[in-house]
Design a protein around this ligand. Sequence first.
Ligand SMILES: [Fe+2]
Length: 511
Amino acid sequence: MPLDRRHLLTLGAAALAAPAFVRHARAADVPRFELGVASGHPEPDALVLWTRLTGLDLPAEVPVHWALAEDEAFSRIAASGTEIAVAADAHSVHAEPRGLDPGRGYFYRFSALGRQSDTGRSRTAPAPDAPATLRAAVASCQRFDHGQWAAWRHVAAQDVDLVMFLGDYIYEYESGPQAVRPHDGPQARTLAQYRARYAQYKSDPALQAAHAAGPWLLIWDDHEVDNDYAADQGQWLQGAAFLRQRAAAYKAWWEHQPVPKAMRPVGPDARIHHRLDWGRLARLHAVDNRQYRSTQACVPGFGLLGRNGFARSVSPARCAELRDPARTLLGQTQERWLADGWDPDRRWNLLAQQTLMARASRTPVSDHYSGTYWSDGWDGYPAARQRLLQGVADRQLPGVVTLGGDVHAHVVAGLKADFDDPRSPVIASEFCTTSISSNGAPQGLIDTLLQHNPHLLYGRSDQRGYLALQVDDRQLQATLMAVQRPQDALSPVSVAARFVVDPRQPGPQRD
Ligand SMILES: [Fe+2]
């Protein structure tokens, strides 16, 4: 049915349902932008602007006007348009202004049903051939029921060009009695449940402020769907049944994030890996380590109550599968896409990915057959990691820096093509940001990792916070930020440590 006819029918049904004055009163009184606004995917001439309408009385289709301006008063409009927010997509809006100026700040807002949204700030990427600097915040793991989000409040107060979110934007779990602020509803499995979880997370004013402060680059990890999932293997469901759950979770992710229409999932599949160039300064590679990965090595059998977790500690001496070169974390196609896309001409190649890349054995390591490894991260896919890092070494790429999250600890490391060979040189740098609010492992475990893995330069699981990056041609500076009182939404946030990287000399140096 053509859009205009559907639209007329919707209006007709609404007219039958309530007298005109009631509809009018309802439209003007109900808040429509309670989940805030967001922008993302900055290109030199384009952005994505996002919002989702709220209210129980929304018609099936609602025209939403958007405007992007050069000034906060919206007197100099750079682009504007109308998107139809539909119930089938949770009344989300993904507007894609084009023809914008590179490296420029903009303001944007939406209006619908007689209401206007708050104003967000955003910024296009610099022109591909222009000199540039980059100020970015890197974050992951914002478990709502574990704590408050003073870290986001702090990010929103900085003047950042880009926020990079590396996964675990929501957690699917039902909350226990210890929750600082409980999740609503049961463990998420259905589209309605995932949507409700995003709406609860996005009701937080600090998160809304961080979204409104600048454009985001987003990738997902496991908890946007199901703990420790791998391709079509969920924690409780597998195969077609799990793919239905994954389709619901991916759709809800797309509906709630400032990502392009082109990333819209098709059933259980969604391509989210992509690149963004930041002038002549840097190429940003963003990858997906969940959708295409091999199942974790040596998983325990499938019991009556499901697998109850894939990830565990494994040792190569007892798990030959661990080192099988056919196993992959990114999938063969994405591995090749990454290897072919490193840019030798830009000063920096920043890899936005989900988890710790450096080897992190819990026991002493003397060769490829010793050590004890967590099977869900890169340590569970050592051959794939070696292929990736050997590719970096072979191409003699300057300034490769991997950014990760997932481990709920600030970790800084030098990356080697062969971690088990003490003569293998450091060829890249790693900064793994701690969680925004998810609880960390005991510091004692991190201390053990520091002891057995000399390429790990820093590790603190007792800090919540984020990573602040400042990048120019001369150096990359990474500042590890720590929230002083994680249960206090207004807590101060302070500098825990600072490292720098010289693009001609791989490896982080303490500043
Ligand atoms: Fe997490």
